[in-house]
Design a protein around this ligand. Sequence first.
Ligand code: NAP
Ligand code: MG
Length: 498
Amino acid sequence: MATTLAPPQLDKNVTDFLSKPRKMLLGGKWVEAASGKTFETYNPATGEVLARVAAGDREDIDRAVKAARRAFEEGPWPEMLPAERSRLLYKLADLIDQHREEFAELETLDNGKPVFFSRIVDVPTAIETFRYFSGWATKIEGNTVPISMPGAKYFAYTLREPVGVVGQIIPWNFPLIMASWKLAPALAAGCTVVLKPAEQTPLTALRLGELVMEAGFPDGVVNIIPGFGETAGAALAAHPDVDKIAFTGSTEVGKLIVDAARGNLKKVSLELGGKSPNIVFPDADLDAAIPGSAAAIFFNQGQCCTAGSRLFVHKSIFDKVVDGVAQATKTFHIGPGIDPTTNLGPLVSKEQQDRVCGYLESGAREGAKAVVGGHKIAGGGYFVEPTVLVDVKPQMKVVREEIFGPVVTAIPFSTPEEVATFANDSIYGLAAAVWTRDISKAHRTAAKLRAGTVWINCYNVFDSALPFGGYKQSGWGRESGHAVLELYTEVKSVCAQI
Ligand code: NAP
Ligand code: MG
């Protein structure tokens, strides 16, 4: 691990933000938890405490839901013109834009990810998400519907109305992007929100909450309650006055959300885990496919729900591609994310480092061989070596389960039919990729893959306009694009005899 540079000077707003205990945003006010409890958030590059944060629990969630209910039914928000909601969202985007560097550094310090990527991926994506959904606020429409009932004349139409008070629970891998993916469409649709960020990474969501208020959103429209999943998260998912819960995280917790939602049958949408196949055909442009396959797994330290964690390579080029991906890891600059030259940072937490190392040990026990990597990196911080495993069998845990770390299993195949079968042999169906110069083969394979997104000759390309979500146990519903508005609206049919 190279740590050549002294830590750079942090943005002054970042040092200020970290110097005080952070409260929760509830009904437009920054308040302590009802219990007075706080928790610590850590810098994964060093293991040191970054900040203290109010620990929301059942009572805080209940107060936040009441505030969100009031804001949904009374005051300026339900009366607000779509164009005014649109302007608020655009203003919020502009405010984030004005604080780009601050958000990038805060995200990196809290999550560990390289600031290089926070600057060019996380922060710009959040800004563009609010801008894109700002546009949708004025374009959510119903239809007029022809009625065939004999005997009278009818005029019928549909309205798309906000679903109501929305609970949103997000993970730690892209904290600011996840907060924007959740908040922007819900607010465009006219909902009010209680958002619970992950305990590991609450900071950028809390800073975003300050800008939400600065932009001028009415009190209670956005409430941000940091805290633990088992307490605050569970209370939000089960709350009888929450109309809809939107969750991103593990499939395991996704199932708990479904159970918790049954009390009042709140609407549920889920973005869950993945074990995405990344397929390299023998006619691929290997100058693109090899670095593309390395980035597919190692971007964000492998902590992506879409990570290309199962690399399928045609047997005629298997050794060449595997060697190329392994060599790519040797060029990585591994270190604290705040060093601007770092492109592979630490994992988010000690717990995640232990979990990933547990998979590495399980793989080794079951006979997998590490071509490169295979261990944690000693010293401070939660670093794990980028790892390529070969000699893997379909039933191994490292092939079947989501590792959520910088670990890829490489598997040879013979025919397009065989690799489609291999690729679909998973409980997950979030994403997949195909590398080939044969456009017919690319599209035929894309059609066969049971996944919500298929990339062709690229990986991890996201756009606010492009629906994203999972087949099978990777989730329910689609985020981004106009598809996500269905998650945050109800359709009302109005029928009049005229
Ligand atoms: P997780 O437990 O699913 O966390 C996601 C969110 O759910 C967090 O805000 C978490 O709160 C909350 N949560 C946890 N238990 C809950 C409950 N019973 N009711 C309501 N909310 C609850 O994920 P994790 O523990 O951070 O990571 C575990 C594994 O999940 C990872 O190794 C990875 O495989 C997977 N994961 C997948 C994604 C994805 O996008 N697909 C994202 C993150 C993790 P706290 O964090 O405060 O506990
Ligand atoms: Mg957790």
